[in-house]
Design a protein around this ligand. Sequence first.
Ligand SMILES: Nc1ncnc2c1ncn2[C@@H]1O[C@H](COP(=O)(O)OP(=O)(O)OP(=O)(O)O)[C@@H](O)[C@H]1O
Ligand SMILES: [Mg+2]
Length: 265
Amino acid sequence: MSAVPAVNAAAPWPDAADRARLPTVVPEHPAVFSLRDVGVRYGRVQALNGVSLSVGCGERVALIGANGCGKSTLLRVLHGLAKPSSGCWSRDSDVRQAMLFQRPHMLRATAQHNVALGLWLHGVRWREARALALVALQRVGLDGIATQNARTLSGGQQQRVALARAWALRPDVLLLDEPTSSLDPHAKREVEALMADLAASHGQAGPAHPVTMVFSSHNLGQVKRLASRVVYLEHGCVLADLPVHDFFNGPLPDAARLFVKGEMG
Ligand SMILES: Nc1ncnc2c1ncn2[C@@H]1O[C@H](COP(=O)(O)OP(=O)(O)OP(=O)(O)O)[C@@H](O)[C@H]1O
Ligand SMILES: [Mg+2]
């Protein structure tokens, strides 16, 4: 691995020349997402700034960085929910994507109904959708509360219903925004195991197309366990983009190194 260029610590974020020198992972497989110099602006806030990233089929990419660094915004761009204000971007329109949001949205209906509706919206007949929803709830250990109003579930339970909803779709690409942040240690392990299972499986596109996963996390242990690649963001810029082993064992730009040190605390 070549030496990582130092980022000017005095500057609030790297300029375009610094960014161009940062190493980036070039995926081995066809790209599912490709972003080039993408920026997202919300009024006066530059949420993403000059982000260039290519994610290949079957990669497990972790997005890390402090609160407000742009992780959720990047996931929303990848899912087509936020439109960049600058740059070029593309995504493979043949793949089925599902996203798990940082704050899952539940309809005022049973957990089973919430999961079934996602399938029904993808063309599955309602009767079948309800049966598949129950299987998905079993998969996340929540079949016991299938008939409970999803809005009355705890935050962690709602997160698992949302994961069941995403899993039931058999997506080719799974985007997860802090999927375990509100879970207790036991549920966290279960959801991580489920994510690992999902990552090892394939979606609608068939066995030659392993599931691609992009997730944000503040839990570096989880990142080590689940990711194949780590993207570190600061002030909307990608400051490091490395295979997971290199990220945790190799040299890092100062900002990323200090972040990791602080989080490992
Ligand atoms: N809809 C919006 N309108 C205005 N500003 C927004 C909007 N969404 C995000 N932002 C701003 O964009 C920046 C990036 O936010 P984002 O939610 O992507 O960060 P994050 O890395 O996911 O943070 P966290 O770790 O807290 O979830 C923040 O400054 C945030 O306030
Ligand atoms: Mg976020």
